[in-house]
Design a protein around this ligand. Structure first.
Ligand code: HEC
Length: 498
């Protein structure tokens, strides 16, 4: 039967060749990160496919169907949490793989193309993190993605195109979810599988690089059983870690996305903390540095490394800059990530809107078991301006700002480079009051320029969400705070523009 199969497919020889592959310098745990990434990719594909059986991509069902998975699907919370932690594991392992190749000089001739394909995979997998983040459609998904989309929009020339492609409308909604869903479950995975195939094909062509030395390897290990044992053991350890995390810290789902709950302080996925932290380290008029120039430079250096690094030697002793430069870069990324986590943590602690999930890690103890109809869950988490007793006393301008505007324009009206324009020191805000009233009442989209920095996001409309008196109070507040000195605005003026 084996002969029959072999003569018709060649699979037997192919498997034998694969298993008897030489491992130059002997088997080693240094080489396990690539295959470990592949194992986690398989987990992501499997859990992802099952999630699509229940998830329903639209503004009125995305969050509800995600909650349904937690509440009604057998093993649902475990499934979602495996996918959630799998994403992090994949990015960690992929980074380890990249670092190992970097340190071993394995990107050098003849493996340049294999390296480029790997770097492309790295960024494409990161983009999976971004598109997947929006899908649960909770507060964090909504606001964190808003920041990401606005940053994409601020890229010169192609920004507006990217913005409209991703959001497919002036605000994030069902069309946006459709775009992200299509990218996340179909377009990007196809690209990933294709590139992984190419990566492995080229790997077969070049063989393993072996230890970082310029002499050809003298000793050889066998792929089977030596190396494959190490890979299998690593895979087992990783699967156990991901499973334990999924059980102990299930993925959190916050209250449903609500564009007007602007008190909410979003946090991106941890692997984007460094980028988010960079944004806050530069002034508004240098916003292109953190949004385009530094990330672009980082990408280019990684992609072109095999040609930028003209040193043909792989031995570490003959590459004096390799280790210090790598440590410096990784150190900087970790430091900015840490700084960003501190800033986000402090802002979240100061925000009156809690970060308490409806279900998942950190949610009230009985949340998952408790089968509450969805309407009650939503009713139990009223957003600002929900009426009733809370609306009885008229809040002051600074409270209205803190509740409705600060999550985008930031607490001191300083804005967020590339994403949200500053209100402080903005001549438009202190200019013609009628124009400011119209902007706040009706919202604003399209490219604007503030003190030389350009923005291209979407500002929600507040008419109907805030009363004319509240709109007058908040505009008066922004026109007279943080160094702004302009005339106050009255309720009558707001009514007159209607
Ligand atoms: C969801 C995020 C978000 C929230 C919340 C938000 N804004 Fe905005 N705002 C924006 C964006 C983005 C722009 C720029 C729109 C563009 O690029 O066309 C903007 C623009 C503005 C402008 C015009 C600035 C200019 O130079 O043209 C004013 C004024 C303003 N917002 C005031 C407010 C006030 C007052 C509130 C609270 C009641 C508020 N915003 C809440 C995102 C937001």
């Amino acid at each position: 039967m084996i002969d029959w199969l072999e003569s018709r497919t060649g699979l037997v020889t192919a498997t034998r060749n694969f298993l008897t592959e030489d491992v130059p310098g002997g088997a080693s745990y240094w080489y396990v990160f690539g295959s470990a990434t592949l194992i986690v990719l398989a987990i992501q594909i499997l859990t992802g496919i099952i999630l699509t059986f229940y998830y329903s991509p639209s503004g009125i069902t995305a969050w509800e169907s995600t909650l349904f998975i937690y509440r009604h699907v057998v093993w649902g919370p475990f499934l979602i949490s495996l996918h959630y932690w799998g994403a992090s594991a994949m990015i960690v392992l992929m980074s380890m793989h990249l670092l190992q190749v970097l340190l071993f000089g394995a990107y050098k001739k003849p493996r340049e193309i294999q390296w480029v394909v790997g770097v492309l995979l790295f960024f494409i997998v990161l983009s999976m993190g971004l598109t997947g983040y929006l899908l649960p459609w909770d507060l964090n998904a909504y606001f964190a993605t808003q920041v990401a989309i606005n940053i994409a929009a601020s890229v010169p020339v192609i920004g507006p195109f990217i913005y409209h492609f991703l959001s497919d409308g002036s605000t994030l909604g069902t069309l946006t979810i459709g775009r992200f869903y299509g990218l996340h479950v179909w377009a990007t995975p196809v690209a990933i599988l294709g590139l992984v195939g190419l990566h492995l094909f080229i790997f077969k062509h070049n063989g393993s690089a072996g230890p970082p030395s310029d002499e050809p390897a003298k000793t050889f290990g066998r792929f089977y059983p030596n190396q494959i044992f190490m890979e299998a053991l690593t895979a087992l350890v990783i699967v156990v870690i991901v499973v334990v995390l999924a059980i102990v810290m299930p993925a959190p789902l916050l209250a449903k996305a609500d564009p007007n709950n602007a008190q909410f302080i979003p946090a991106p996925a941890w692997y984007f903390y460094a980028l988010y932290g960079l944004l806050r380290m530069f002034p508004q008029n240098l916003s292109l540095v953190p949004t385009v120039i530094l990330p672009g430079l980082f990408t280019m250096v990684l992609l072109l490394l095999p040609w930028l690094d003209r040193n043909p030697s792989r031995a570490l002793a003959r590459r004096p800059y390799a280790i210090p430069l790598t440590i410096l870069t990784v150190g900087a990324i970790i430091a900015i990530t840490w700084y960003s986590a501190k800033v986000i943590g402090a802002e979240q602690a100061a925000s009156p809107v809690g970060q308490t999930p409806v279900v998942g890690y950190g949610a009230p103890a009985n949340a998952v078991a408790n089968v509450v109809p969805v309407v009650n869950v939503m009713a139990a988490t009223p957003g600002p301006g929900a009426g009733g007793a809370a609306a009885a006393a008229m809040p002051s301008g600074d409270q209205i700002f803190a509740q409705n505007c600060a999550s985008c324009h930031q607490a001191k009206g300083q804005g967020l480079p590339g994403a949200f324009p500053p209100i402080a020191g903005n001549p438009m805000v202190t200019g013609d009051p009628a124009k400011v009233i119209k902007t706040v009442e009706n919202g604003l989209t399209g490219q604007i320029s503030v003190n030389g920095a350009s923005f291209n996001g979407a500002m929600p409309a507040w008419k109907g969400k805030l009363s004319p008196a509240e709109i007058a109070a908040v505009i008066t507040y922004i026109r007279t705070s943080w160094g702004n000195h302009a005339s106050p605005v009255t309720e009558a003026q707001v009514k007159a523009t209607r």
